[in-house]
Design a protein around this ligand. Structure first.
Ligand SMILES: [Ca+2]
Length: 200
């Protein structure tokens, strides 16, 4: 009995440590950008700073991490742009979280090389969940597009950059005008991360 009294703190400390570990794993770690993330203001917690060509709204109506996200409004245009500097002949990973009110919105996500054209291109397939991915004949792999909760999803893709010398590069997220002029439902986006994996 004496030893039970003496060591009462062992299970209590273990329980607290397990709770803290769960809290970190569930709420903190998913909101930490991966090391080397090059997207500025990726969770839209600093308004739209770092982003250009903005068509849509900074909002606290919804979010995945932090308190804010970016929203394209149903019935309106939608676009986001950010300039990048990517290494040549390298593997990168690109991830973002989104909530789409309409399954029919054809969102286009592209990483554009201003001299030689589109590198990565991801088109959300209307009518079902999923993305079609292309990369100028270079390596590209859609690793997943998975549900989170509250209608949010997370998409992760891996792709290769080309051999051309450095040019201006940018990330564009927008509605392709040749398919539709406005969103059918609100489209929310948060936690846009892009990070270097390795050179080839
Ligand atoms: Ca956020």
């Amino acid at each position: 009995m004496e030893s039970i009294k003496k060591y009462w703190w062992v299970p209590v400390t273990g329980g607290v440590a397990a709770l803290l570990a769960y809290y970190y794993w569930r709420f903190i770690k998913p909101c930490l950008p991966p090391p080397g993330n090059i997207i500025k203001n990726p969770s839209f917690e600093e308004g739209t700073s770092g982003w250009e060509a903005v068509f849509g709204y900074w909002t606290d109506d919804d979010h995945w991490c932090g308190k804010h996200c970016f929203m394209g409004k149903g019935g309106e245009d939608f676009a986001l742009r950010q300039f990048l500097e990517l290494k040549r002949r390298a593997i990168y990973r690109f991830q973002f979280r989104y909530r789409a009110e309409s399954i029919y919105d054809r969102i286009l996500v592209q990483i554009v090389h201003t001299y030689s054209g589109v590198m990565l291109s991801m088109m959300r397939v209307p009518g079902r969940w999923g993305w079609d991915v292309y990369n100028m004949g270079l390596y590209v792999k859609l690793i997943y597009d998975r549900p989170l909760s509250r209608g949010w999803r997370e998409v992760l893709v891996e792709f290769e950059t080309g051999r051309e010398p450095d040019e201006e590069q940018r990330l564009d997220i927008y509605l392709p005008y040749d398919y539709q002029e406005y969103l059918y439902g609100n489209f929310y986006i948060d936690d846009v991360w892009l990070w270097f994996v390795k050179t080839l």
